[in-house]
Design a protein around this ligand. Structure first.
Ligand code: PGA
Length: 237
């Protein structure tokens, strides 16, 4: 696992370089995308590159990591809404090539999502954030390393962290559909971004290199192509 320390803007530029170069060299590039505040500078950078004519997203497919259970795409707290508003509506991607797990899933097996990723050729570059409790996507502490896409109950700490986006903590959904740790590990390349003081503790834990499902992100130690991008604050402990 490689650690790179840069400021927020340079993290966005570095990852955008990797993504643009993938799109330019691969016929059917597949991106794994994340929500939350962490990847926003990256999405702004990708929009900028598109507007400057450096890259087109016409042949790109994207798969998002997760979605809250019970929220539809019109709900402004849904991750589908987030992606449309923060990235997809500003670039030339075909919305039919953008996938977010179905938060309104009923009888369907969540594994449908891994099948779709496989049919698309697998994820070339997976972008990740990290929760203060070490979760990646919504794989909370204790999550199985063998999991594919599934429904997960959110931990109190995650509900609290995410309540800043909702009118009240009671409005935060208690369940999410999420790619599993194995789904994430199937990506050919992984970039994890951690910025700000709130992530310093979890990053210091991750740096110890101990692999345990108490710290779901530690599974990344087993992958051969992972870069952890941290800013000074996240790297401060
Ligand atoms: P954040 O969320 O980017 O809003 O900090 C990260 C995460 O929970 O994965």
């Amino acid at each position: 696992m490689k650690y790179v320390v840069l400021n927020k803007d340079d993290i966005a530029k570095d990852i955008a370089d990797r993504i643009v170069s993938l799109i330019k060299t691969k016929e059917k590039p597949v991106l794994g995308l994340a929500t939350g505040s962490t990847p926003l500078p990256l999405y702004e950078e990708l929009i900028k590159r598109y507007k400057e004519g450096e890259v087109s997203f016409k042949n790109v497919k994207t798969f998002n990591l997760d979605e809250y259970i019970g929220l539809d795409e019109l709900n402004d707290q849904s991750y589908r809404y987030f992606m449309n508003h923060n990235l997809f509506s500003h670039i030339d991607i075909d919305l039919n090539n953008t996938y977010v797990p179905n938060g309104l899933i009923k009888d369907e097996d969540p594994l449908y999502y891994d099948k779709m990723i496989k049919e698309a050729g697998g994820i070339d570059i997976q972008v990740l954030g990290i929760g203060t409790d070490g979760h990646i996507a919504f794989n909370e502490p204790g999550a199985s390393f063998d999991s594919l896409t599934h429904i997960e109950a959110l931990k109190e700490s995650t509900i609290k962290d995410n309540s800043r986006f909702f009118a009240s903590i009671d409005d935060v959904p208690r369940y999410a559909i999420t790619m599993g740790l194995k789904s994430i590990m199937n990506a050919r390349e992984i970039v994890l971004i951690a910025t700000g003081k709130a992530k310093a503790k979890v990053i210091s834990e991750l740096k110890k290199g101990i692999i345990s499902n108490d710290l779901p992100a530690s599974i990344l130690n087993k992958h051969n192509n992972v870069t952890i991008y941290v800013d000074e604050e996240a790297n401060s402990l």
